[in-house]
Design a protein around this ligand. Structure first.
Ligand code: ATP
Ligand code: MG
Length: 459
């Protein structure tokens, strides 16, 4: 085309260049819309998840219509964004078409003029037009590809956001297994002046909310006092020290929000302390690779989650090699024998989504059975007896006593009756250890403990 008529080619390049600019602008908008759509679809999924997982609470609160409307609203927005993407993409192909028509018109007009003036032969003009078609036809496909790629890049951005989130192992100091033997005479677990505050992004979100509430107070003095308060109260643990001797039964007690569950979370290294150190058998927990560290513990969370699936799947989560006989033994030891016999499927009986087919107490006992099955040398139990009746609580204590005979046990309990005979009771209040000792010592020495005991009719 250059050899036939450079001027005509220049004109065509200008027309096509303009159409490329239009397409690139359009596909940039597709990219942002596609990223926004991914966000909305994510919101939609979490909205549905929220509604379904809390369906009884939603129904009981009479919030069905409001929750439905909220999810409907998000679905509508996601749909709107989808339509917008479709609208923009549908403009791209016509742009290619218009570019073809325009170039043809230009070539016919200018080319005709140049044939008339004798600068170009008719044969050359026809050849030029044939080449033009060959050039412009694939343009539509190329434009289509540009839009698809941009739509995909928008979605990829969302995936990248998730891949970029920090993972736990990134900040591991050590990946090599600790080979050093346990320090002789070192306690199983030791807290040395441990300070901890939850990571700033969580705190920041809470403070933003608090600030919003605070700006309502016009009095600057009040605001300053509030800020000082927030500064002090950020630390959840404010210098906690205690030791759990090997083989001992240790109880953590204290009012709600004192930092008991946080203490266990730090032992499991879900978080690292902001000050002080936690030692396992004399070595800082940070010197163990996380997996090796966690293999030391059987851990029962406060709300004892049950996984959808079967009894066996729940039990074998931490001990994949346990035999059926082991599973049955441990179930009977926590008084879950009847759950086993209830269904002809035995260990393969389903427990339902989040364990809905079990009662609250059964879920808790299943979680304890899971921890007992691991043979881990240290058991960490959080509120493990809170939804058990008296008889079951007694049996559970016997089971834990039996299982804990050769293990170290750290248990958080609200009911002092379950922990009075512990070797050591640590009383936490507002992130501080306000007393530690045996039941009798604490009754003497710690007013908070005395109050707790009095309320629970022990003295
Ligand atoms: N993931 C978290 N992010 C931010 N703050 C948290 C988080 N978990 C707990 N907290 C705060 O830390 C404090 C201590 O919480 P923790 O769960 O340790 O209390 P607890 O002693 O176990 O109470 P309870 O007896 O009610 O279970 C509370 O004020 C709580 O609001
Ligand atoms: Mg707790």
């Amino acid at each position: 085309m250059l050899l036939i008529d450079p001027l005509l080619l220049l004109l065509i390049v200008l027309v096509i260049g303009a159409s490329v600019v239009v397409v690139v602008l359009l596909s940039g908008r597709i990219r942002t819309a596609s990223a926004a759509q991914q966000h909305k679809v994510g919101e939609l999924a979490s909205g549905i998840e929220r509604g379904i997982s809390s369906i009884r609470t939603v129904r009981a609160s009479g919030a069905t219509d409001r929750e439905t409307a909220a999810v409907d609203g998000i679905a509508g927005e996601a749909y709107g964004l989808g339509v917008r993407i479709a609208k923009i993409s549908s403009m791209v192909v016509p742009v290619a078409g218009i570019a073809l028509q325009l170039s043809l018109l230009v070539v016919l007009g200018v080319g005709g003029f140049r044939v008339a003036s004798g600068a170009l032969s008719i044969a050359s003009l026809v050849t030029f037009i044939m080449f033009l078609f060959m050039l412009v036809m694939p343009l539509g496909q190329a434009f289509g590809a540009i839009t698809s790629v941009n739509q995909a890049l928008g979605a990829l951005g969302r995936i990248q956001e998730i891949l970029d989130l920090p993972t736990e192992t990134q900040d591991d100091e050590s990946d090599a297994a600790v080979t050093a033997a346990p320090v002789a005479g070192a306690p199983a677990i030791e807290f040395r002046d441990v300070r901890f505050r939850y990571p700033d992004d969580v705190i920041a979100a809470r403070e933003a909310a608090a600030k919003e509430a605070r700006t309502l107070l016009v009095d600057a003095h009040l605001r300053r006092a509030g800020e000082a308060d927030a500064e002090i109260s950020r630390d959840v643990l404010k210098g906690v020290s205690f030791a759990v001797p090997r083989g001992a039964r240790v109880a953590l007690v204290g009012p709600s929000g004192a930092g008991k569950s946080t203490t266990l979370a730090l032992i499991e290294r879900f978080y690292d302390p902001t000050g002080g150190s936690i030692r396992l058998a004399g070595h800082d927990v940070r010197s163990y690779p996380r997996q090796q560290l966690r293999a030391h513990f059987g851990y029962v969370e406060q709300d004892a989650p049950t996984l959808a699936g079967t009894l066996a799947e729940n039990l074998r989560l931490a001990a994949p090699d346990a035999t059926d006989a082991d599973c049955e033994r441990v179930l009977r030891s926590v008084n879950l024998g009847d759950v086993l016999e209830r269904s002809p499927l035995g260990l393969d009986a389903p427990v339902g989504e989040d364990g809905v087919m079990l009662s609250g107490g059964e879920r808790q006992r299943l979680a304890i059975a899971r921890a007992l099955l691991t043979e881990a040398p240290i058991l960490l139990l959080d509120e493990s007896t809170s939804s058990l009746d008296g008889v079951n609580e007694q049996r559970m204590r016997e089971a834990i006593d039996a299982a804990a005979a050769d293990r170290t046990l750290v248990v958080i309990a609200h009911r002092l009756s379950t922990v009075v005979d512990s070797d050591l009771i640590v009383v936490l209040q507002d992130g501080l250890v306000v007393g530690q000792g045996t039941h009798d010592e604490l009754i003497e020495s710690t007013p908070l403990y005395r109050d707790l005991a009095r309320h629970q009719l022990l003295v």
